[in-house]
Design a protein around this ligand. Structure first.
Ligand code: GLN
Length: 452
């Protein structure tokens, strides 16, 4: 329960420079104007009068004139922002290696990645500087770094938290979420952040429950699905061992465990489907970053030349690759064959999972196949089941808008690993209850790793 016992914002602010010199996790530090619970925001959250770059060169000078909805909510609830955290450029990535400010490091091992795209937000909680931070999650960008840094990462139901003022990535998949060090704080933060906002028409009118007072770890009769395609694809025995221990303890506490094996072809299609939809939507969303409507301008002799030069200098190579993939999928002649097909497969994947989940309380799996990779490790073989399924299964939560969270599961070689649970839409209450039961089993609440 770090939210209650936290140091003040000004004290936390004083630690930032030193922590940042070790972790390279900040874009901008923000001197708090008043005391409050210290919080950091991912740098894609618009803050009036404060630089908001999304870790992208084209936005290096962008100072919004308005606050994101959640920024106002946090201010009203006694939080004080002390910094804007590093992220993968425009949130497109899973490593935090693509931030224009350079790689963000893992507090458990400075040679390892934080994970991304909400890497800076994750490590500032994991290193104990702040009790809570804001992230965003389009494919797994909160839940993966939570696993790599031994903390709690929550992506609630699509529409639960307003996205007004968040620099978009892929609008049908984007969610606002957050990191904490324990389940109780996670439940409290949803009370603060959730709720209808007329400026985000996808935000829900559904009542926001007092999640933290409803917390109850009684597992009697809870139905939990074990995601077999994921566990089968993981080669690391220690990860599976830690996972099985939790499953067995949940069973002892009265939970009804059922192993489910979804259609393998559909599970292998998660990543390609995600890439097509996410990149197509990103291409559209970022068409305004042209040096004229928005962003750093590079001079040229014509409007076209200004746009071309601004975009050429303003984006990293991986972003350009994604725009090429996204544009290709949206060419008129390709729309049915690629983009609409991906949308249909997305629906099939969600239907396949919902068929089981609608009669259960949660779907559970390791959040990642292993510990955080080394910063200079070559990327994994992208055609293995381990990569296609075990490394990317959490995008199902974005496809279906399902609430999903990661919490600490244990350690492999002294590095943290996490467990993920995904529940039915607007059933955050169930999700927090099951998470609390898991937290009681592991005893891994409020674990931080100081680097200062
Ligand atoms: N790693 C995924 C991607 O590269 C997810 C990113 C995210 O959730 N923002 O797009």
């Amino acid at each position: 329960m770090k939210l209650e016992n936290t140091s003040t914002a000004i004290k936390a602010y004083e630690k930032l420079a030193e922590v940042n010199s070790k972790l390279n996790c900040l874009v901008t530090s923000v001197k708090p104007a008043k005391e409050g619970i210290p919080i950091v925001l991912k740098d894609n959250v618009s803050t009036a009068g404060i630089l908001t770059t999304a870790s992208c060169r084209i936005l290096e000078n962008y100072i919004p004139v308005y606050n994101a909805h959640i920024v106002d909510k946090l201010n009203e609830n006694g939080f004080a922002c002390i910094g804007k955290a590093s992220m993968d450029e425009l949130a497109m990535g899973g490593t935090n290696l693509t931030a224009v400010t350079g790689p963000c490091k893992n507090p458990y091992d400075l040679n390892r990645i934080s994970g991304g795209s909400s890497g800076g937000s994750a490590v500032l909680v994991a290193s104990g500087v702040v009790p809570v931070s804001i992230g965003s999650d389009t494919g797994d960008s909160i839940r993966k770094p939570a696993s790599f840094n031994g903390i709690v990462g929550v992506k609630p139901t699509y529409g639960r938290i307003s996205r007004y003022g968040i620099i978009p990535y892929a609008s049908s998949l984007d969610h606002v979420g957050y990191f904490t060090t324990c389940v109780k704080d996670a439940a409290k933060m949803l009370e603060v952040l959730a709720g209808r906002d007329d400026r985000d028409m996808t935000s829900s009118y559904k009542e926001v429950l007092p999640y933290s007072s409803l917390l109850n770890s009684d597992m009697n009769g809870k139905k939990i699905l074990v995601f077999k395609n994921v566990t089968d694809a993981i080669s690391n025995k220690e990860v599976i061992n830690e996972f099985n221990c939790i499953v067995n303890s949940l069973k002892e506490k009265g939970a009804i465990i059922k192993e489910v094996y979804f259609d393998e072809t559909l599970m292998k299609a998660i990543l390609p489907t995600y890439y097509i939809i996410a990149n197509a939507e990103a291409t559209t969303n970022h068409s305004n970053l042209d040096g004229i409507s928005f962003g750093r301008r590079v001079d040229g002799d014509s409007v076209d030349e200004i746009m071309m030069k601004s975009r050429t200098e303003g984006f990293g190579p991986w972003i350009k690759k994604r725009f090429v993939v996204g544009s290709y999928a949206l060419f008129e002649e390709n729309q049915d064959r690629i983009f609409r097909k991906a949308q249909k497969i997305r629906r099939m994947i969600v239907d396949e999972v919902m068929k089981e989940l609608k009669d259960a309380d949660a779907l559970m799996a390791p959040a990642a196949p292993g510990k955080a990779p080394l910063i200079n490790e070559s990327s994994s073989d992208e055609l293995t089941d381990e990569y296609l399924i075990a490394d990317n299964h959490m995008a199902i939560g974005n496809f279906g808008g399902l609430p999903s969270m990661t919490l600490p599961m244990g350690y492999v070689d002294n590095m943290p690993i996490g467990v993920n649970i995904t529940c039915n839409r607007f059933k955050e209450e169930d999700m927090f209850n099951i998470a609390l039961a898991i937290e009681n089993i592991t005893g891994l609440a409020d674990k931080t790793k100081e680097v200062f």
